[in-house]
Design a protein around this ligand. Structure first.
Ligand SMILES: [Zn+2]
Length: 217
């Protein structure tokens, strides 16, 4: 097994990579040991995710939803902290990380997925932006899909939606990550730094969320 970010042999790694941080309530969506090596796992936790989790907007959301971190603590937020969003570049790097990991997550059952992903030249720019902070900012779209604490029901069960993700393939064969965290949808093109293909897709699909389209659309 090789790490999908640094491409090094990761057969001695021991950590399990959470696609969305545990501190945002994710316990289910993880990659098998070695998909992301221990070094890259720690790098993203310290250099990318921590900045997002500590930003006023994320602290407010986590406090609102009462989501504890790994140590069981709910982060404090007071009105004077404000609601500033995380830094745009950091958020882009986080989405780039999530995008590559979702591609891995969705192909795990396909033999040879690891080599295919690690050696895929079309993903090189994304990989280098996420892991090595190279190149200009990577644009992504942001919009609200539902209120943060909306209650959904399915039969006699009701639930809150913390996060969802999927890969959208556009007519021009672009692959985009679509993710919703607490009802905020963010979409990032995995192949290059432009959103035109997703914009056209939105126009053709009445501005629905790619997360909520029927599978054959
Ligand atoms: Zn690595």
């Amino acid at each position: 097994m090789r790490c999908i970010f640094c491409k090094q042999d990761s057969s001695t790694s021991v950590s399990v990579e959470h696609i969305i941080p545990e501190s945002l309530g994710n316990i289910d969506h993880v990659l098998p040991v070695g998909a992301v090596c221990d070094g890259c796992n720690q790098y993203f936790a310290r250099k990318v995710e921590r900045q997002l989790l500590e930003s006023p907007m994320f602290r407010l959301l986590r406090a609102d939803m009462a989501i504890p971190n790994k140590r069981g603590r709910i982060p404090p937020w007071v009105p004077t902290d404000g609601t500033d969003r995380p830094d745009y570049r950091q958020m882009g790097r986080f989405l780039a990380k999530v995008g590559l990991e979702v591609l891995a997550f969705k192909t795990l059952s396909v033999p040879g997925w690891n080599n295919e992903l690690v050696d895929q030249p079309a993903l090189e720019e994304l990989r280098r932006f996420a892991r090595y902070n190279e190149g200009p900012d990577w644009p992504f779209t942001v919009r609200s899909l539902h209120p943060v604490n909306a209650i959904f029901s399915d039969g006699n069960q009701s639930f809150e939606l913390l996060h969802e993700f999927d890969i959208l393939l556009t007519r021009s064969s672009e692959a985009c990550l679509a993710v919703s965290i607490f009802g905020i949808e963010m979409v990032l093109n995995l192949g290059c730094r432009e959103n035109d293909g997703f914009r056209r897709w939105l126009e053709e699909n009445n501005w629905v969320s790619p997360l909520y389209v029927p599978r054959d659309a």
